[in-house]
Design a binder for this molecule. Structure first.
Ligand code: SF4
Length: 302
């Protein structure tokens, strides 16, 4: 089997990393590339491991999203998931993740086994009881939320749940994964996005939902006036409707094209997607973002 080529693609999280720290971007998308293979250099193997490390906030989001995904998929198959069982399964999985990470099992399979930064960097344990209580609270919020309940009431309208897709936008392959896509009353679609964290700003949520809107219009061929987006915050138990308009879709296209062009400007070979490490500097010494960065060991900052 031939080697997997590192081809250029765009995603919202890639944009976030590119904007935050150029070195982090390089380590994540170039330095760690191939680190899963037998013939990988020691550094790229370690970078691949670091790339897959998680924080408690990211992990909590994954656990709650997986519970939502499992419940919606089960409902679409005609089952009736109930909250107590979902909490039980969510907490069982969460406890297993913590124990596996403590035991260092992420070293065997960094992609599949979660590894917490605290274990990798041998830091004090997080307050796991508080994390588990928050997971339980958010699963209750999910099952009690009117949007989720409505989705469970009309399983025949669930069009897709967490499917990773590539959408060509202005010639760039863009990865999107919608938490859920529902058919609306008016023959349109509703994009549903769960958030579990403390801080999500409205502008970046709208930007992300605009990109999902492009997917609905372009690949699902839904007229833009029939696309709606809903952002549900499970931490604060609130939701916001974001209108998806022709203007937002056009803005999102431009945004992706501009961001992708900025990323490719640093390549020494655009065709082969080659990025020289020297073109991707670290943040200034002492920058507070380094203290929680998963790559800090490679940068000599932790
Ligand atoms: S440790 Fe700092 S400089 Fe290094 S990748 Fe992380 S954020 Fe960037």
């Amino acid at each position: 089997m031939g080697e997997l080529a590192n081809t250029f693609s765009w995603s919202y999280s890639r944009h976030g990393m590119f904007s935050e720290c150029l070195r982090k971007y390089w380590l994540s998308y170039y330095g760690s590339w191939g680190g899963w293979g037998r013939g990988a250099s020691e550094r790229s193997r370690e970078l691949y491991l670091m790339k897959n490390l998680t924080s408690t906030a990211m992990w909590l989001g994954t656990v709650v999203h997986d519970v939502a995904e499992g419940a919606l998929k089960a409902r679409a198959l005609g089952e009736t998931p109930w909250v107590e069982r979902a909490v039980e399964l969510g907490l069982e999985r969460a406890r297993r993740d913590i124990a596996d990470s403590k035991a260092g099992r992420y070293r065997e399979n960094p992609k599949k086994q979660p590894g917490f930064q605290e274990h990798y960097y041998e830091e004090p344990e997080p307050d796991w009881d508080a994390e588990l209580a928050e997971i339980e609270r958010q699963i209750h919020n999910l099952f009690g939320h009117p949007i989720f309940r409505r989705m469970m009431d009309v399983p025949e309208r669930i069009l897709e749940v967490e499917i990773l897709r590539s959408v060509p936008i202005e010639g760039v392959p863009v990865w999107v994964k919608l938490d859920a896509l529902m058919q609306s009353n008016e023959g349109g679609v509703v994009i549903v996005d769960w958030k579990t964290g403390r801080d999500h700003d409205d502008a970046s949520i709208a930007q992300q939902l605009g990109i999902y809107g492009i997917y609905a219009v372009q690949l699902r061929e839904v007229p833009v006036e029939k696309v709606q987006a809903l952002h549900v915050n499970l931490r604060h138990n609130t939701h916001t409707i974001h209108p998806v308009t022709a203007a937002l879709v056009a803005e999102s296209r431009e945004f992706v094209a501009r961001s992708a062009e900025a990323m490719r400007a640093g390549l020494s070979d655009r065709e082969r997607n080659v990025a020289p490490e020297s073109g991707y500097p670290m943040l200034p010494d002492g920058d507070e973002r380094c203290a929680r960065c998963r790559f800090r060991r490679d940068c000599g900052r932790g």
